[in-house]
Design a protein around this ligand. Sequence first.
Ligand code: SAH
Length: 256
Amino acid sequence: MTETPLPRTPAWPPKSAPRLFVGEGLAQGRTVTLDGPQAHYLGKVMRMRAGDIVILCDDVTGEWAARVIDAGKREVVLEVAERLRAREAVPDLWLCPALLKKDRFDLVLEKATELGVARIAPVITRRCVADKLNPERARAITIEAAEQCARTALPELAEPVKLDALLGGWPEGRALFFADENAKEQGGEPAAAAFAAHSGPAAILTGPEGGFDDAERAAIRAHPQARPVSLGPRILRGETAAIAALSVWMASAGDW
Ligand code: SAH
């Protein structure tokens, strides 16, 4: 006689539960009051009501299911119910992208977060068109991307530094994979092979719209931890190079 399958309980928390990063530490039973854009999102956009479930992360303790207690016009009050996941350990990969024009760098920030990077350390090089980054705006992009892709750990976001400062303070034991568009002439392993052959902390350095100049290229190649890599025979835009190199790394040495 065939067993009648048990009724499948609906997934909990519901897949549709909104996910937000909040500033304060989360703990069982704690009350969290959200206002401003987060209250608007929950109350007006997602039309959350008392009893509905929201997933909250604090980038420290992990991911929690919280129940809406009161969804008012200006504030939404929630009670933290239970922890769903601890804060994840993401692969120890940094991205050091040269600053690009705003909308293209926004894309790098968003995609690097989705792709699982641990830290984004922007670099200022001689041919950078942009020479500064709005930290609040950049942070908001990484938070939104982390909420969308269900990360429980935000990527660290460093202040932009000049290339020589980056090289001068480079940490021991971390490989610096240098995406060199001149790898054909000046040498450089295919990225996938170089990444797969390396285990341990790593970083990927990519250049700006105008590429690296010869002096910069020589300084990078002179660094003991620099490993020049090729991203193929075509010249990729800076944002394409950053996103493609991250993808190759995640597939060869990351957590895909
Ligand atoms: N304007 C330059 C290219 C800049 S491309 C030129 O025409 O030569 C922007 C950055 O993307 C480069 O500095 C490099 O870091 C990376 N990149 C682009 N294509 C690449 C390739 N085929 N191999 C390795 N890195 C590449």
